[in-house]
Design a binder for this molecule. Sequence first.
Ligand SMILES: [Zn+2]
Length: 570
Amino acid sequence: MKKFSEIVYSRPNLEAYSAELKKDIEAFKASDTLELQRQLFLKISRDSKKNGSAHSFVEVKYSQNSKDAFFEDEKKYFDNEMPKLSPVFKEFGIACLNAKFRKELEAEFGKQFFDLTELQNKIVSEEVVPLLQKENELSAEYQKLKSEIKIDFDGKMRNLSGMSPLMESTDREYRKAASKAMYTEMIKVQPELDRIYDELVKVRTELAHKLGYENFVQMGYDRMGRTCYNAQDITKYRGFVAKYVTPKVAILKDKIAKLQGLDTMYHYDSLLFKDGNATPKTSPEQMIADAQVMYNELSHETGVFFKQMIDLEVMDLLNRENKSPGGYCTYIDEIKSPFIFSNFNGTSHDVDVLTHEAGHAFQCYCSTHFELGEYLFPTSESAEIHSMSMEFFAWNWVDKFFLQDTEKYKLGHLLKSLFFLPYGVSVDEFQQNVFENPSISAEKRRAMWNKVSDTYSPWIKVDNEPFLENGGRWQLQAHIYQMPFYYIDYTLAQLCAFQFYKKMNEDFDKAWKDYHRLCKQGGSMNFLELLEVANLSSPFDEKGFAETIDFIFNEINRLFDEYNKELAAN
Ligand SMILES: [Zn+2]
C-alpha cells in the first residue's frame, strides 16, 4: 500500500475540473437510461473525492510545517478556487433532487445523500454570498481578538490556552490569582466581544430571512445537516438534563468540595482532586507503542487498523517547531486512509488523542468502502459517538499510560463527562434564546446567559469577578461565535457513549460488535437510524436517558469509594 510519504503531489487544474463537472452535470440531467445516470453520478463523486484528496493533502502538509512556502502557495490556490466551485455543486445537488432515476439512485446509494442535499440547497444561494463572507470575517475577527489576548502572570506573558493548565493547580490561591489575571484582561475586550457577536447575530438573522426562514434557529439546524430531529426535540432533551443530571452533579460537586475541605466552591475551583488531576506517566514514544498493544488486544480489526496507521505514516502526533497548533482527523482518498494530526503536551490530552481521535479515524477507516465521499464521516452528533465511546473502550488498557493514577483517571473521566452536560445544554439554550430575540442589547443578552446557566448549573458561585457577574462566561466559547448550534452535538454523543460504557460493563464483546457495526455505516444514515444500527436508545427518549444517567451516577459513586479506599491505604 502507498504510504503518505510516497504521495506525489501535483496541483489539480480546478478550472478545467469545473468545466468538466458542468459538462457531466448536463449529461447527468439529460441521461435517459438508469445506467448512464448512475455512471455519471459515480464519476462526479469519484472526481470530487480525487480533488478532495489533493486538497486534504495540502492542508495536512501545511499544518505539518507552516514555514513551507510551496504548500503555503498550494493552500492559497485551494482557498481561492474552491469557493468558486460551490455554485456548480449546488447545481449538481438540484440535478440529483430532480433526477429522472432518483428513486433508483436512492435505493442503491441511500436516502441520506438526498436528504442532506435537500438541506444544503436550502442554505446556499448566490444572493447570500456577501452575507456569508461577512459572517466569515466576523468569525475570523473573534479568533484573532482572542488569540491576541496576553496575560501577564507569574512572571510570564501567556495566551488564553496557556492559562487553562494553571486552573488545575493544586494551590487554591494560585488558581484564584491566575483566574483574576485572566478575567481582568477579558473584561477589557468585552465591548469588542459584544460588538462582534451583535453583528454576527444580525448577519445570521438577515441570512435566515433572505433564505425564507423565520429566524436563524431552523437555519442553524439545517446547516448542521439535522434531518431527523428539530428544536422542539432538543428543548425536551434539555429538560431531561435539568431533571436528571443537574441534581446529581450538584451532589457530586458537594462531595468534591468536602473532600477538598472547601466550604464554598468558587468559579476557580474546578479541580477534581485535592492532589491534582491524573497525568500520563510515560514518554510519547512509549505511549504510541502501548497504544498498538492496546488496539491489538481490543479486537482483531483495531489491531490491523492501528498497524496500518503506523505503516502508512498517517499519524503526526509529537510537538515540533513550525507545526500548527491543535489536532484533527481527516481523510486522504489517494491512500484510502484517515490521517491524525496533533501536538502532544504531556497532559492526559495525549491519551485522548490516542483514543478519541483514533476513534474518529477507526470509523473513517471502516467507512472507506463507500463510493460517496459524503458517507466517509457522519453528521457531528453521530461522529462524536465513535470518538467518545473509544475513550471508554480503552479503559481496560489505560493503566499502561497512567500507572498509579489509573483509578483517578477513570473517576475523573466519568466526572468530567457528566459535568459537561449541564454546561453543554446551557450553551445551546442560550443560542436559541439569542436567535429568537435577535434585537436585544448586549447587556440583556449577557443577563440571559446568567439565567440559563443558573437553571442548569445552580452550583456556580462567582467570587467577585465582574466579567462573570455580568454574564460574560459564554464569550470564551468559540463555538457560539464560529459554529452556531454545534455544541449540543457533544452532549448527544456523550449520552450514546455512556450507553456503550454501560453495555461494555454488561457484555464487552457484544458492545464491541455493536460499535464496529456502527463504524461501518459511516455517514450513510441519519443520527436516529445510526442509533438503531448500534442498538442504542435515543437521547430524546426519557426512560432511556434516565436509566443511562442513573447507571453513570452509580458508577461514579463506586469509583469514588474505591478511590477513597486507595487514599486511606496510602
Ligand atoms: Zn471529536
